[in-house]
Write a protein that binds this ligand. Structure first.
Ligand SMILES: NC(=O)c1ccc[n+]([C@@H]2O[C@H](COP(=O)([O-])OP(=O)(O)OC[C@H]3O[C@@H](n4cnc5c(N)ncnc54)[C@H](OP(=O)(O)O)[C@@H]3O)[C@@H](O)[C@H]2O)c1
Length: 313
């Protein structure tokens, strides 16, 4: 089988994460790595026997590459995707895949026109838990309310990047991975309201601590609420999630999910069948794209999630 040739943009945490998965695969070969960071870029390229290219435009234009994996900061994803799709590359991009709705729509349109795979790194598509929850939600009637709360203590490895409005967008944008699954369950929103507090906000858009809340009405009915607080004094990250539907409520309880109905409380069983990795899925979609148009449904859900995260600004 001919190997699918891959180019990676970025040489930070997620680039290393994807490389660790692609490198051992017999069906793929990482040909080149582009990053503006000469030190981490050359190290990573040498470790994986790949060519280092300082400038991502040159990587995207290479004719010996089938697919581009985009692992840069949020502010550059859209631009790199558009250029890659325009020269007929398949794309695998870290979320959020655009920082502008027009950019996201253009990416979907070009991917469709050119029959290219556009996969965003939302893992729900390969998650047994997400599939089991989606099925259970489908059995419990209409949505009344979904609520999600996340408290994050520290500021991560690169706080100047993450807690930075121009580079990463608002917390609703970089926490889009908590909006995406709920949009996959309940569809898009008809209205969005937001409130935000940023402490220590500087002129360059960096800040020390935030509280963001987001409330949406879904087009299909029901309310969604998300709350995020970051840089707060708690020991470890906390998350709480609820889906209140007309026939029952689903709640997270540690590592388990429970469903409460008038008949009582029952655990939701999650099958432990083997899951494809996102990287394996992307490679199989690239192979399939030779014979049939790629399925862009997941990218459409990702764009609906982006509409919510950006509408909240
Ligand atoms: N899927 C997940 O589970 C997950 C988890 C965390 C993050 N993410 C997402 O993954 C992306 C990368 O996060 P990360 O944690 O890997 O960040 P990171 O460690 O800071 O790495 C980002 C890399 O991209 C490079 N870069 C940034 N902008 C660039 C540009 N315009 N042109 C060329 N190179 C550029 C950076 O270079 P410098 O060293 O010069 O800055 C760095 O090498 C973000 O969008 C983030 O939201 C996803």
């Amino acid at each position: 089988m001919t190997k699918i040739k891959i180019g990676i943009v970025g040489s930070g945490g997620m680039a290393r994460h994807h490389l660790a998965r692609f490198s051992p695969m017999e069906t793929a070969e990482v040909v080149a790595i582009a990053s503006r960071n000469q030190r981490t870029g050359t190290q990573l390229a040498a470790a994986h026997n790949a060519v280092f290219i300082p400038e991502w435009h040159r990587l995207v234009q290479r004719e010996d590459i089938d697919g581009i994996v985009i692992c840069t900061h949020n502010d550059s994803h859209g631009e790199i995707i558009l250029e890659a799709l325009q020269v007929d590359k398949h794309v695998f991009v870290e979320y959020p895949f655009a920082s502008d709705v027009g950019e996201g729509e253009a990416a979907l349109r070009i991917a469709e026109e050119r029959g290219r795979v556009l996969r965003v790194s939302h893992p729900e598509v390969v998650s047994n838990t997400h599939k089991a929850l989606k099925q259970k939600i489908g059995e419990l009637g209409d949505l009344l309310l979904t609520s999600f709360v996340r408290l994050t203590p520290g500021r991560g490895a690169r706080p100047e990047i993450l807690f930075n409005l121009p580079v990463s967008g608002t917390p609703t944008h970089f926490f889009i991975y908590h909006i995406y699954p709920i949009v996959d369950f309940f569809g898009g929103a008809s209205s969005v309201k937001k409130s935000a507090v940023y402490e220590g906000l500087k002129e360059n858009g960096q800040y020390d601590r935030f509280v963001n809340t987001l409330t949406v009405e879904f087009k299909r009915g029901g309310i969604g609420q998300w709350t995020w607080a970051g840089g707060v004094a708690i020991n470890a990250s906390e998350e709480h999630e609820r889906y209140v539907l007309t026939e029952g409520t689903i709640s997270d309880a540690g590592d388990e999910w429970h469903c409460t109905t008038p008949a009582g409380v029952t655990p939701i069983s999650i099958p432990d069948s083997p899951q494809l990795t996102l990287q394996e899925l992307w490679l199989s979609e690239i192979r399939d794209a030779a014979d049939q148009p790629p399925n862009l449904e997941d990218a459409r859900v990702a764009l609906e999630a982006i509409r919510i995260s950006l509408a909240s600004e």
